[in-house]
Design a protein around this ligand. Structure first.
Ligand code: UD1
Ligand code: MG
Length: 452
């Protein structure tokens, strides 16, 4: 089948009014990726070498977004929304280039399984003109019904056009179809709009093809494949299903999730075997974790690379560009941004490390802050191998702390510290014997005098 060419046509012209959003519906995200991008990915995985997006509502925004998540995809504008067949025909130019298979998909159906698309394509390879991906549900209201005769699919009837008898059918159209590329335009051009909605229904090509004696088949997939998102409650439902699938996949690949239902992945999270993730952890986009790391509870991690056997959290925040080398440790209430924490270095408590490098084996004391920003520009802090930064120090960048440098607690460091030097950036302590007692007595008698 791999030698069969395939075009996917993804319909995404709809407005999605029920999202009540300024953002086009299909750009709302599941696992940090627009839902339509999930559809594009599934089509790609199922072998669609070329991709088309049919856009309409919010076309400019859609084009801009598509340039990021599907830079190779062509876009076609459907000026008026006259139905799903009409929408597919907006891509006439692409379809007429002649593909073996054309996959028609909806941009608001993000949980589609590439396997289901592959099954449909196989039916085309076996000679079918149209393969429809159906699903069974006890509650079919709103879906097109698959009408079969003698075990053969003969039509799809939209809910509004169904007889009472047809409404009882529970085998439904998931909205995804594979059409033999050589026949697609002829079938689509034959679709009329004499139906309850006055729309050109894509689903009518089933009856047309069947009437011409062509082979039309229905394949069955799970309900999730057809889960169309119309509002934010359904968006959350789809997110939930996606997360559940991803957690399962992570656990089966050797990752321990102590409370899987509280761990959230992104579409691109990479996480190695023998990593342990404690409850309530959030992975934003761009996270790569090697093997054997420990991610403690309540950590928020995005755009970070974590090497093997690192220890992160609890309550750590790793922001984009955080790069933890082997056995590095970032502890509670620490924030790391655009910074490399070299092998075995420790950033354990209440610290901000931004635009910096922390050398191998260095120890950063509680409350250390890299002062990386002057309100206009960002500056770099370089902390050498084996350095020790005492608690509550402010490192005013640009600044370099040499290898083995030692910073006294409570310092404000504004000048570079050479290798192995000790630096104080604070007033020296002065101790006056008996002065504490004297002060206490003075303050007490002053307070007593006031009360009289
Ligand atoms: C469609 C199917 C129905 C199926 C259901 C599954 C048709 C006629 N009906 O119905 O059999 O059970 O999906 O969810 O295909 N779109 C355009 N331009 C248009 C019309 C639609 O781009 O002119 C896009 C929409 O943005 C949406 C998709 O096509 O992404 C489906 O349209 P929608 O109106 O949701 O169709 P349904 O009534 O749900
Ligand atoms: Mg729909």
């Amino acid at each position: 089948m791999s030698q069969r060419t395939c075009l996917s046509v993804i319909l995404a012209a709809g407005e999605g009014t029920r999202m009540k959003s300024a953002l086009p519906k299909v750009l709302h995200q599941i696992a940090g990726l627009p839902m339509v991008a999930h559809v594009v990915k599934a089509a790609e995985t199922a072998g669609a070498g070329d991709q088309v997006l049919v856009i309409g509502h919010g076309a400019d925004e859609m084009r801009k977004a598509a340039a990021k998540f599907a830079p190779e995809a062509e876009t076609f504008v459907q000026e008026k929304r006259l139905g799903t067949a009409h929408a597919v025909l907006a891509a006439r130019e692409a379809i007429s280039r002649g593909y073996d298979d054309v996959l028609v998909m909806f941009g608001d159906t993000p949980l589609i399984d590439p396997g289901a698309l592959t099954v449909a394509r196989l039916k085309l390879a076996e000679g079918a003109a149209v393969a429809v991906i159906g699903f069974r549900t006890p509650n079919p209201t709103g879906y097109g019904r698959l009408i079969e005769k003698g075990g053969k699919l003969v039509a799809i009837r939209e809910e509004k056009d169904c007889s009472d008898e047809e409404k009882k059918i529970t085998f439904c159209n998931g909205g995804l179809m594979a059409v033999a590329g050589g026949r697609a335009l002829k079938l689509l051009d034959a679709v009329g709009n004499k139906n309850a909605k006055g729309e050109y229904y894509l689903t009518d090509i089933v009856g047309i093809a069947s009437g011409q004696g062509l082979d039309v088949v229905a394949t069955e997939a799970s309900f999730e494949n057809a889960l169309g998102i119309n509002n934010r409650a359904e968006l959350a439902q789809a997110e939930g299903i996606w997360q559940q699938r991803r957690r399962q996949e992570a656990m089966l690949s050797g990752v321990t999730l102590i409370a899987p239902e509280t761990v959230f992945f992104s579409h691109d999270t990479e996480i190695g075997a023998d990593t342990i993730v404690e409850p309530n952890v959030w992975f934003g986009p761009g996270v790569k974790i090697a093997t054997g790391a420990k991610i403690h509870a309540f950590s928020h991690i995005e755009g970070a690379t974590i090497a093997s056997n690192c220890d992160v959290g609890p309550f750590a925040r790793l922001r984009p560009g955080a790069d933890l080398k082997q056995k590095a440790k970032v502890g509670n209430f620490c924030e790391v941004k655009q910074a490399t924490i070299e092998e075995g270095a420790k950033v354990n408590h209440l610290t901000y490390i931004g635009d910096a490098r922390v050398g191998a084996g260095a120890n950063i004391g509680a409350g250390t802050i890299t002062c990386n920003y002057d309100g206009y520009s960002k500056f770099f802090t370089d902390i050498g191998e084996g350095a020790f930064v005492g608690s509550n120090s402010a490192l005013v960048a640009p600044i370099t702390i040499g290898k083995g440098g030692y910073i006294a607690s409570g310092s404000v460091i504004t000048e570079d510290v050479p290798d192995d030097a000790l630096a104080f950036g604070r007033a020296r302590q002065k101790t006056i014997p008996g002065k504490g007692k004297e002060l206490r007595e003075r303050f007490a008698s002053a307070a007593a005098a006031k009360k009289k």
